[in-house]
Design a binder for this molecule. Structure first.
Ligand code: SAM
Length: 302
């Protein structure tokens, strides 16, 4: 827990935050509306005796009373997909429309890419890219099980991603669910902070800045880019968004999120950030009994 001490000055009710980080996280699923309505999925869960509870902010997310959400019939049928509750936030904030071209820059194993396809009624194109070949098979497996036929899978470094392979030259929207130090996953993975170092934050923030920059460049004027991580470190969150604001044609836009959260930071250590960073969302584990996440929404301006 030691690295989390650095967030004492910025987290309201820090002791409650630390307590929540020490509690194991319950399981959640997203209903895959490509294959089943929420009614159909919950009927199947009831028939197999799996208890569930809805959440206020998203009708497609259910908290499950089972230790193995991937071993239910509803999961085998592709009616549900095991996905952490907060992990369903970024695709919801991106608001993709049916028929659009959407780039999921860091997509494996595909929780958010398949969620994007579902939000688009599986119409249009979700280019699901990941640089790690070993994780691509899980992405393909999930896309197939969930019936997401609008997914096109690519295996490249998003930082210098070429669109030459496509018959279009820009996306309508992009999601950067970046590799990160994963501090916010501590409830699911108690070893998440092993090996934590400031050096790693520097290293991974370089990758994050490169991917977010490329996502903005590859998205059309007026299009939307969402940047998310499952970590608390400002070096990987606000500082990365500020880097894009300083170098790319984009601005921060506000968004509604009916899940309790805190505003993004406008300063950290000696750094000052644009005031609009307050319109980004920091979701802490004690606020909604979830994992931790950071989400920012950008509009491309040229
Ligand atoms: C947080 S995970 C993505 C989770 C995924 N969005 C989901 O919802 O299932 C981050 C991913 O970024 C990938 N990655 C790391 N560096 C990358 C890069 N330069 N370009 C593309 N993908 C990258 C990693 O292989 C990893 O799968």
């Amino acid at each position: 827990m030691e690295p989390l001490e650095r967030y004492r000055p910025i987290v309201d009710d820090f002791e409650a935050f630390l307590d929540a980080c020490e509690r194991p996280l319950g399981n959640a699923v997203r209903v895959n509306t490509i294959k089943a309505s929420v009614d159909r999925a919950t009927t199947v869960l009831e028939e197999e005796g799996v208890g569930y509870e809805g959440v206020d902010w998203n009708p497609r997310v259910l908290r499950l009373e089972t230790d193995s959400p991937g071993s239910t019939w509803s999961s085998f049928h592709g009616f549900t997909h095991g996905q952490e509750e907060v992990s369903a936030v970024p695709a919801t904030v991106l608001e993709p429309e049916p028929g659009e071209r959407v780039w999921d820059c860091c997509a494996a194993p595909g929780g958010k890419a398949t969620q994007l396809a579902a939000l688009m009624d599986d119409r249009g194109t979700v280019v699901a890219n990941d640089s790690n070949l070993g994780r691509i098979s899980a992405l393909r497996f999930n896309a197939e099980r969930l019936g997401a036929t609008s997914l096109a899978v690519t295996n490249d470094d998003a930082r210098n991603y070429s669109l030459e392979r496509f018959d279009f030259d820009e996306f309508d929207r992009a999601l950067v669910d970046a590799p990160c130090s994963c501090e916010g996953t501590i409830r699911k993975n108690p070893d998440a902070l092993d090996g934590w170092s400031e050096g790693y934050l520097d290293e991974v923030s370089g990758i994050q800045k490169g991917v977010l920059g490329r996502a903005v460049q590859a998205t059309r004027e007026g299009g939307t880019v969402v940047y998310s991580t499952c970590t608390f470190a400002p070096e990987e969150n606000e500082a990365v968004v500020q880097h894009a604001l300083d170098r790319e044609d984009c601005r921060i836009v506000d968004f509604d999120l009916e899940l309790e959260h805190s505003p993004g930071l406008t300063e950290w250590n000696d750094e000052e950030y644009d005031d609009h960073l307050e319109q980004t969302a920091r979701i802490y584990p004690h606020q909604n009994d979830t994992g931790g996440f950071f989400v920012a929404k950008l509009e491309v301006t040229a």
